[in-house]
Design a binder for this molecule. Sequence first.
Ligand SMILES: CC(C)=CCC/C(C)=C/CC/C(C)=C/CC/C(C)=C/[C@@H]1[C@@H](COP(=O)(O)OP(=O)(O)O)[C@]1(C)CC/C=C(\C)CC/C=C(\C)CCC=C(C)C
Ligand SMILES: [Mn+2]
Length: 310
Amino acid sequence: MLQLPDSLCMKKLASVEDAYQLCRQIMAKYAKTFYLATLLMSEEKRRAIWAIYAWCRRTDELVDGPAAAMTTPETLELWEQQLESVFAGHPVDDMDVALVDTIQQFPDLDIQPFRDMIAGQRMDLYRSRYETFEQLNLYCYRVAGTVGLMSTAVMGIEPAKSTAAWQQNQAPHDPTPEAIALGIAKQLTNILRDVGEDARRGRIYLPQEDLKRFGYSEEELFQGVVDDRWRELMRFQIERTRQIYAKAETGISYLSPDARLPVWAALMHYSQILSVIERNDYDVFRQRAYVTQVRKLRTLPIAWLRSQAL
Ligand SMILES: CC(C)=CCC/C(C)=C/CC/C(C)=C/CC/C(C)=C/[C@@H]1[C@@H](COP(=O)(O)OP(=O)(O)O)[C@]1(C)CC/C=C(\C)CC/C=C(\C)CCC=C(C)C
Ligand SMILES: [Mn+2]
């Protein structure tokens, strides 16, 4: 039989429908809460979020997944080339087919946040310490604030919130900074929850300037020392993260109505992790702070009220 060289073998890719189903399965498997939140959105938006989620998860897996030891800067370079191809309308693999469709359906989706996320994952390849909060904030913007930008382009912004005559010709408020804030707050929460797990991999995301300020050393962190200095350090981090959530909250009412409940629910679930860390007396070394399904369900009526009233 005639053998074609690899470069001429065009693999038949999945149909658009099958590609979205693949993305849906990934999201339902790895992010049940996010996934359930998407069921509250219109069909078109929910499918777009699945496609974006699947791309984000694949990007993170490159540096965090089972094959991460094989990932080099060149791997990320190739992944970025694949991204450029997707934005040019040429899917490379099955899941790309869904993302290409999403990009066509939602012209506000910009490639830059996707590139920025890859830059964030690149930081994880060569960096395991952050000197200042400013440096950590940049990392959090890249790996998570970018998700706020991607999601907002899909969820949409409320065209006219105000009914006051003198405000009607004004451009609607653009909640981009608040969307980025939600991603950053979520990532900081992950970092506080995972201090022990990251330390076991030799990583410390907490800014070095904060360790110094509270007189707590790296060695103590590696040993999992929980004392008053550690508690003060964690109280400080939690308070800063809560302020960022508070900023994010002020943007939700500017999103289109069908996105408000999912975003309120997501925000409340993430921020509850901080309260669990407090209840665990700040011991993030021996206990993983997680929010039970019952507690998540209990917050839904409050999230609903907020999505209607605020
Ligand atoms: C105005 C306003 C407030 C708008 C809301 C905008 C919005 C919906 C923001 C969402 C922000 C968000 C959910 C960010 C996700 C951050 C996140 C989880 C980042 C993870 C990075 C790496 O973390 P790490 O390696 O420490 O964690 P793991 O142990 O590996 O989990 C990421 C893993 C990067 C990849 C991100 C994702 C896989 C999540 C993508 C999520 C979506 C596309 C869904 C967002 C939709 C809704 C409805 C909340
Ligand atoms: Mn990860």
